[in-house]
Design a binder for this molecule. Structure first.
Ligand SMILES: NC(=O)c1ccc[n+]([C@@H]2O[C@H](COP(=O)([O-])OP(=O)(O)OC[C@H]3O[C@@H](n4cnc5c(N)ncnc54)[C@H](OP(=O)(O)O)[C@@H]3O)[C@@H](O)[C@H]2O)c1
Length: 142
């Protein structure tokens, strides 16, 4: 329930065991959403435990049977990040990666979460893509 006593929609998060997906899942749960979280090994997650508000679905999301388990009738918007500070880049050179963005730093997971909640609050935004890359898409950095 939200502050006005309205039922929150249930969110589906793929790649929910790490990085961006984990940050989004935690932010949704903190705000009272119910979440269906998927990754190939999510039931082994140390950070996430199944609960009344969190259903964990193991499986490769590229496989039809996994997609059927987690899918629903939904609005579809996308978020296209630049280089985000996640375990995906744990062993990479952050100093070099920062230079790929005109705003010279890595994107934070919290900034992806901000865009997610904007999209959730805007029911007429559908089929949209939001780039969060410090302006890289507008320049010749990629
Ligand atoms: N970090 C960046 O800079 C950046 C920028 C642009 C786009 N992206 C994209 O954003 C996504 C998340 O990135 P991240 O940095 O958060 O990565 P991450 O920390 O490595 O997390 C990847 C997540 O995806 C899950 N996963 C991988 N293959 C899967 C599959 N076939 N089916 C279901 N789940 C799968 C992993 O869990 P399991 O191993 O348990 O399956 C894990 O939960 C990736 O697609 C990445 O390419 C990342």
């Amino acid at each position: 329930m939200n502050a006005k006593g309205k039922e929150r929609p249930t969110a589906l998060v793929t790649g929910a065991s790490s990085g961006i997906g984990l940050g989004i899942t935690q932010a949704l749960l903190e705000r009272g959403y119910r979440v269906v979280g998927n990754s190939r090994t999510i039931s082994k997650s140390k950070e996430l435990k199944a609960s009344e508000n969190l259903v964990l679905v193991d499986g490769d999301i590229g496989k039809k049977d996994t997609a059927i388990k987690v899918a629903d009738g939904i609005r579809v918007n996308t978020i296209s990040p630049g280089v985000v500070d996640t375990p995906m880049h744990a062993n990479d050179d952050h100093e070099l990666l920062k230079k790929l963005h005109p705003v010279p730093r890595l994107v934070q997971i919290s900034e992806i979460v901000d865009a997610l909640f904007y999209l959730e609050s805007a029911p007429m935004v559908n089929g949209e893509n939001i780039r969060i890359d410090g302006g890289a898409h507008a320049g010749a950095k990629w």
